[in-house]
Design a protein around this ligand. Structure first.
Ligand code: AMP
Ligand code: ZN
Length: 136
């Protein structure tokens, strides 16, 4: 537990949240600033800064909880699909540094932008691949 971590405080029930699911190791609650109705967060109760620092055990169990809760969220808010996401690091949008996974219900009508992308040339893809492979 980190004394000044907001999600650790949520785990300890020092800050109230709208809990959807809880077991010994994980907690799922509604995001206080939702992207869409039903936007929820799944966290391991054990503190880690981000998914890179999270233990493999805590990390792998996250998806299990997501798969348990997401179908219920979809039914509950009448959504047809969802995004799951893990923002890792400030440039990627991480603002709370306690590992968490977002579940964001989506509907045809929500008008949310998806990631913008542009086609890349094969040469560029080859160059990037060459840079990455030595680290694998
Ligand atoms: P991220 O930007 O990926 O770090 O996501 C952090 C999320 O935590 C944001 O979507 C916030 O709205 C959400 N959040 C912050 N404080 C609370 C809180 N007290 N209860 C519920 N959600 C929170
Ligand atoms: Zn924490």
């Amino acid at each position: 537990m980190e004394s000044n971590c907001i999600f650790c405080k949520i785990v300890k029930k020092e800050i109230p949240t709208h809990v959807l699911y809880e077991n010994a190791k994980y907690l799922c609650f509604l995001d206080i600033n939702p992207v869409t109705r039903g936007h929820a967060l799944v966290i391991p109760k054990r503190h880690s800064h981000d998914i890179l620092e999270c233990t493999p055990e805590d990390r792998d169990g996250l998806l299990e909880v997501v798969m348990k809760v997401a179908p219920a969220i979809l039914k509950g808010v009448n959504a047809v699909s969802f995004n799951i996401g893990i923002n890792t690091g400030k440039p990627a949008g991480q603002s709370v540094f306690h590992t968490h996974m977002h579940i964001i219900p989506r509907t045809e009508k929500d008008q949310l932008p998806n990631w913008s992308s542009n086609p890349a040339h094969a040469k560029e893809l080859h160059r990037i691949r060459e840079k990455i492979l030595p680290f694998l």
